[in-house]
Design a protein around this ligand. Structure first.
Ligand code: ATP
Ligand code: MG
Length: 554
């Protein structure tokens, strides 16, 4: 599943460039369009761009590619900054392509003056109809041979707001028969009387991506401009503009977009899920947005680890969601505090434990890491909550948990033997009765008994109450984006299960935002933003084992 890491072909290029003294310092940029929240695909691009300058020195700019006034919002700018910081990266400069509108305008004038750009009165349909096809050349626009003076006059008037939207464009004058369709007199500027989130109503002409992106790179002296594969055909135009304008020669390199199974990595579709209320906002814990993953309890370390493992590829492919979950599990196993929580409770009564007696038993906070967090006390008493699924009236084969006559260890406490149980009229188990073996206390066990099963528990009078949200993958097919028609029909109806009343050990009542827990035998959890002091709400970040592994091998 994981593609060969071509020891990062971009690193090889940079090494070569430094060796040849082509540049003295490496500058990269991460250039999001602020039209949505960042997702796991962006994380890959962030790790790549920032990773390169971390490795080779220099810096990475955070540049908002905000040349399209209609879809962009300040809320998105703020979320993007927060996400990049949270992932653990510091940018060299915070920049906006819109800061370059003035410079870009001057570049356009320069091209006009040198006979390399012209104002076209054709409509977008007319332009398209003269474009030709990959196998047939296009035709020159009737406005292609306007004089420099006329072009200057019209372009200035376009800027001054004289013309309505869509009535004129500025186009590069290259070659209508060029084998690369993008070189057939590409549009550089369009008229759009729209309010921009930063420049307000100052501009009514906006540069196209191709005229803004490369020039922005160049203005910032970006040495290696890394983008995804769909921009390969744009590279020729990128180079043409830089050459004709005689500006800093930034170079574009492409890598494969990173897409993941069982999720969506398109801001447009994610926005649709948000707008149509399939999810609880951009940070819904089922969304593979960075904010969603953060809320769900993923760590920046695990996301960086994932990006590192998938590396940089030259071919598109789907990365297994299981790998991301593996990285999360792997990191949380090292850092999460072990706690007890009972999600589907049934009462266990220790018939030979004195009524009213309470003792403290010690339990390890994290046995995976040496001296990680030591131990914590747990209250132990006659009545305990255990998981309903840990008792079977008629035990299955190889059942090592509770059943009539069976013995198990209560984690960090005593060995108990099941002596009986109670049922209600409907046949539901309401109580499990056990005797406990006083000399079997964890740490000082002199009982000489061996038990195969260990279960978790919570002392009834000391238990706290919490809401627990169990998340699963948002989609139930590997590639929900494939039929563009309706990816929404593939939403996993079981992607969220809410347990209104779960029992948590006393120490969890003091849990704070951002803390990571392993609920023993149940998975990794963290507090949700909807938690209150009265009712903590826990999100399940990931299960302890990959429950989808079999599914994806089918
Ligand atoms: P979307 O289709 O989700 O809107 P985009 O490419 O339009 O994505 P931008 O804001 O333009 O989003 O992207 C910022 C940077 O992140 C670009 O350099 C882009 O190439 C990169 N990027 C976006 N999606 C992915 C992805 N799935 N894998 C790798 N890089 C990505
Ligand atoms: Mg985009």
């Amino acid at each position: 599943m994981i593609e060969e890491k071509s020891q990062n072909f971009i690193e090889e290029i940079i090494e070569e460039d430094l060796k040849n003294h082509k540049y003295t310092q490496i500058i990269t940029r991460f250039p999001p369009e602020p039209n949505g929240y960042l997702h796991i695909g962006h994380a890959s691009s962030i790790c790549l761009n920032f990773g390169l300058t971390k490795k080779f020195g220099g810096y990475t700019n955070l540049r908002f590619d905000d040349t399209n006034p209609v879809t962009e919002e300040t809320e998105y700018v703020e979320s993007i900054k927060e996400d990049v910081k949270w992932l653990g990266f510091e940018w060299g400069n915070e920049l906006y392509a819109s800061d370059y509108f003035e410079t870009l305008y001057k570049y356009a004038i320069q091209l006009i003056q040198e006979g390399l750009a012209y104002v076209d009165d054709s409509s977008s349909e007319e332009i398209a109809s003269l474009k030709g096809t990959p196998t047939e050349p296009g035709k020159n626009s009737p406005f292609r041979d306007r004089s420099v003076e006329e072009n200057l006059e019209f372009f200035t008037k376009m800027k001054a707001g004289v013309f309505p939207d869509g009535t004129k464009t500025l186009r590069a004058k290259i070659d209508m028969a060029h084998p690369n369709m993008l070189m057939r007199d590409p549009v550089l500027y369009r008229i759009k009387h729209a309010h921009h989130h930063r420049t307000g109503d100052k501009w009514c002409i906006y540069p196209m991506y191709d005229f803004a992106h490369g020039q922005s790179d160049s203005i910032e002296n970006v040495t290696h401009s890394i983008c995804t594969l769909e921009f390969v055909p744009h590279r020729e135009l990128y180079d043409w503009l830089i050459e004709k304008l005689r500006i800093f020669p930034s170079k574009q390199y492409e890598f494969a977009r990173r897409n993941l199974t069982y999720t969506i990595t398109s801001k447009r579709k994610l926005l649709q899920l948000v707008n149509e209320k399939f999810v609880d906002g951009w940070d819904d814990p089922r969304m593979t947005t960075i904010s969603g993953m953060r809320r769900r309890g993923f760590t920046p370390e695990s996301i960086r680890d994932f990006c590192e493992r998938i590396g940089v590829a030259k071919r598109e492919n789907l990365v297994d969601m299981g790998l991301l979950e593996f990285c999360v599990r792997d990191h949380l196993n090292k850092i999460a505090q072990r706690r007890m929580a009972v999600l589907d409770p049934v009462k266990l009564i220790l018939i030979n434990y004195p009524e009213g007696q309470v003792e403290e038993v010690m339990s390890e906070n994290n046995p995976e890491e040496e001296n990680a967090g030591g131990v914590r006390p747990l209250f132990f008493s006659r009545e305990l909550w255990i998981e309903r699924e840990d008792f079977m009236e008629v035990p299955a084969k190889k059942w090592f948990r509770l059943a009539p006559g069976a013995i198990v260890r209560l984690k960090s406490a005593y060995i108990v033997k099941c002596e009986g149980f109670k049922k209600d009229d409907k046949g539901n188990i309401t109580e499990v009765h056990c005797s406990y073996i006083p000399e079997s206390k964890s740490g000082s066990d002199t009982s000489g008994m061996h038990v195969k099963g260990t279960i978790h528990w919570i002392s009834v009078p000391h238990a706290g109450i919490a809401e627990v949200r169990l998340y699963d993958r948002l989609f139930n097919v590997e590639n929900p984006a494939v039929d563009d028609g309706d990816f929404r029909t593939h939403i996993n109806p079981d992607s969220l299960r809410i347990i209104k009343k779960a029992y948590i050990e006393a120490s969890l009542k003091e849990a704070t935002a951002g803390e990571k827990f392993q609920f023993i035998r149940k998975g990794y959890f963290t507090l949700d933003k909807y938690s209150t002091p009265e009712l903590p709400v826990f999100n399940r970040t990931v299960t302890l084992k990959d429950t989808w592994a079999k599914e994806s091998k089918k």
